[in-house]
Design a protein around this ligand. Structure first.
Ligand SMILES: Cc1cc2nc3c(=O)[nH]c(=O)nc-3n(C[C@H](O)[C@H](O)[C@H](O)COP(=O)(O)O)c2cc1C
Length: 185
């Protein structure tokens, strides 16, 4: 796919087909993600891939509980209180795969680097006919000491870019963009 076309047609996908994603395809997307630039070429990323849908559903419940219990610390989340309180709401939208990119404490800007890798990943996935959606709702849970200990993720890694992945069940409409604020000096 032409790069401009990919930029223009990528969407956050929140409705997925049941079928999973071939591990080789996930590996290819990760390899493309690692072509992103990184400060001092530190490449400070680690990819956690979860393909067990029942585990993802359980993690969704945990993430919602954590967010609801820490709502006072994140006033912007207040508008999601009702949604997050819904038992049926799965923050991962029943997608077959979660790829969480963790930032390792290496180089001067590990979280920035990780976000660049994530954008590569999302565009490369789109090129393969796959959908993605960044799931900020999951960050607190992915960064909790309990979760990292359970999965053997080093405590000093920071979950920076969690994305779901799968084959879209429907094509979401484009979300309106604001006019950019530009200062020509
Ligand atoms: C940092 C970040 C966090 C996000 N968190 C969520 C989320 O938790 N749940 C969700 O459904 N979408 C989430 N999104 C997706 C945005 O809502 C989406 O990118 C935005 O509405 C623009 O739509 P588009 O990606 O289709 O262009 C997140 C996006 C970013 C960049």
């Amino acid at each position: 796919m032409d790069l401009i076309k990919a930029l223009e047609t990528r969407r956050s996908v929140r409705n997925y087909q049941k079928r999973g994603v071939d591990p080789e395809t996930i590996k290819k997307l990760i390899a493309l993600a690692t072509l992103a630039p990184s400060a001092m070429n530190a490449q400070p990323w680690a990819f956690v891939v979860i393909t067990d849908k029942s585990k993802l559903a359980a993690y969704s419940t945990r993430a919602k509980e954590l967010l609801l219990s820490s709502m006072d610390l994140h006033p912007l989340m207040e508008k999601y209180r009702v949604l997050l309180s819904r038992k049926a709401f799965n923050i991962f939208y029943n997608a077959p795969v979660l790829v969480a990119i963790y930032a390792k404490p290496e180089g001067p800007a590990p979280e920035d680097d990780t976000c660049l890798a994530a954008q590569n990943f999302m565009l490369a996935a789109h090129n393969e006919g796959l959908g993605t959606c960044w799931i900020g709702f999951s960050k607190e849970m992915l960064n909790s000491d309990e979760f990292k200990a359970e999965l053997g993720i080093p405590a000093e890694y920071t979950a920076a870019a969690p994305m779901i992945l799968g084959y879209p069940a429907t094509d979401p409409p484009a979300v309106q963009r604001k006019d950019p604020e530009i200062y020509y000096l």
